[in-house]
Design a protein around this ligand. Structure first.
Ligand SMILES: O=C(O)C(=O)C[C@]1(C(=O)O)C=C[C@@H](O)C=C1
Length: 365
């Protein structure tokens, strides 16, 4: 054997020994998680056990990213541990996660990015259906889109929080890459129609006007539905993501056609319980104010005086009456924090209504 072949064989033996150690350690970790489940069940007999612990998972992933020695990036290493934890959690209790479907949407990709691939992901036809699935207990958690960097807030999600008892338990961001795709069997046919979701058409408007001007654009309920139609209908194409292309066997004619290179969508994790502090959190509230001069100043001044940073403020028409507004506010900190608690007491004094949507770990992945 040549020197290179001898060295290759030695390295592969070393990799085999390391893989055995990794497998033994992951198995030991999984047994610990099973023991954790027993402790959780014994802690509050007869009460709901929340096996999924968002705050603990955020702490684990943050520590992994911060202590990662390389050569893998912190993101890559955290994603590996994300999957290990997902498998451990499934040993404790298989999680049913409802998401805005159908299968192949960016929301499914966000759900799998946040929870890992060992969950049972359940597609629902609309955002309100995702809320109802979690409210009824049919799903443990839900994943819904809340804002896109190009198109702004998803109003249906914000409006659902006005009436839903659910809490925000987490957040996850996804870089959104849109591709123009066709069925391989129709690849040589002239494209006379392009299917996509309204948000995707808006995020790719300039590219379409430049490269596919004049072709009919038909809005459908989701990018996955667009891919399904393009797979079936000759002469049509879809604008959708990688998951949809793979799911429906479509070929990409043009990749990453979104107009803004940083095109990102933020998703919320919704659930039935409040999340304890993880040490790196944010909070969301809904506030309705009397429609009078200085109302917005009265609402925002306490954030300044208590040194709390706002990360998002949106207004929505109030369901209670014309010209009254509801403010959807995200800010840094956890509602258990002393300064945040004092801030919310002050806001509560000024507001017509204050609804605490939840405190949750700032997204790690
Ligand atoms: O520490 C816990 O509470 C666990 O259940 C263990 C573990 C893990 O694998 O690290 C698994 C699931 C939870 O969501 C958080 C962490």
């Amino acid at each position: 054997m040549s020197d290179e072949q001898i060295r290759l064989a030695e390295l592969r033996d070393e990799i085999d020994q390391i893989d055995q150690q990794i497998m033994d350690l992951i198995s030991a970790r999984a047994r610990c998680a099973q023991e954790v489940a027993h402790v959780k069940m014994g802690a509050n007999p007869g009460q709901d056990v929340f096996f999924y612990r968002p705050e603990r998972e955020a702490q684990v992933l943050r520590r992994i990213k911060d202590s990662n020695p390389g050569p893998l990036s912190g993101e890559e290493m955290a994603r590996l541990f994300r999957e290990i934890m997902s498998a451990c959690l499934a040993l404790e209790k298989p999680m049913h996660i409802a998401f805005l479907g159908p299968i192949g949407t960016f929301t499914q990709a966000a759900a799998l990015k946040h929870f890992g691939h060992s969950v049972v992901s359940v597609p629902l036809p609309a955002i309100d259906a995702v809320f109802r699935e979690v409210e009824s207990g049919a799903a443990h958690y839900g994943v819904v889109p809340v804002e896109n960097s190009t198109e702004g807030m998803i109003n249906h999600t914000l409006d659902m929080f006005m009436s839903s008892p659910l809490k925000i338990c987490g957040e996850v961001q996804l870089r959104i890459h849109h591709h123009l795709m066709v069925s391989p069997k129709n690849k040589d046919q002239e494209i006379t129609r392009i299917y996509s979701h309204q948000q995707s058409f808006a995020q790719c408007r300039q590219w379409l006007d430049t490269h596919r001007y004049g072709i009919e654009r038909v809005t459908v309920s989701s990018n996955a539905e667009a891919a399904r139609r393009a797979a079936e209908e000759p002469g049509t194409a879809a604008i959708a993501g990688d998951m949809a292309a793979e799911l429906y066997g479509l070929e990409k004619l043009a990749t990453s056609i979104e107009d803004r290179p940083d095109n990102t969508t933020r998703f919320l994790i919704i659930g039935r319980e409040e999340v304890p502090a993880s040490g790196h959190d944010k909070s969301s509230i809904l506030v309705s104010m009397r429609n009078k001069p200085g109302a917005l100043y009265q609402l925002l001044e306490p954030f300044h005086s208590h040194g709390i940073s706002l990360t998002r403020i949106e207004t929505r028409p109030s369901p209670s009456g014309t010209w009254a507004y509801v403010f959807y506010i995200d800010f840094e900190g956890h509602m258990e924090d002393e300064q945040v608690s004092k801030l919310l007491a002050k806001v509560d004094d000024e507001a017509v209504e204050l609804k605490r949507l939840g405190s949750y770990p700032i997204g790690v992945l």
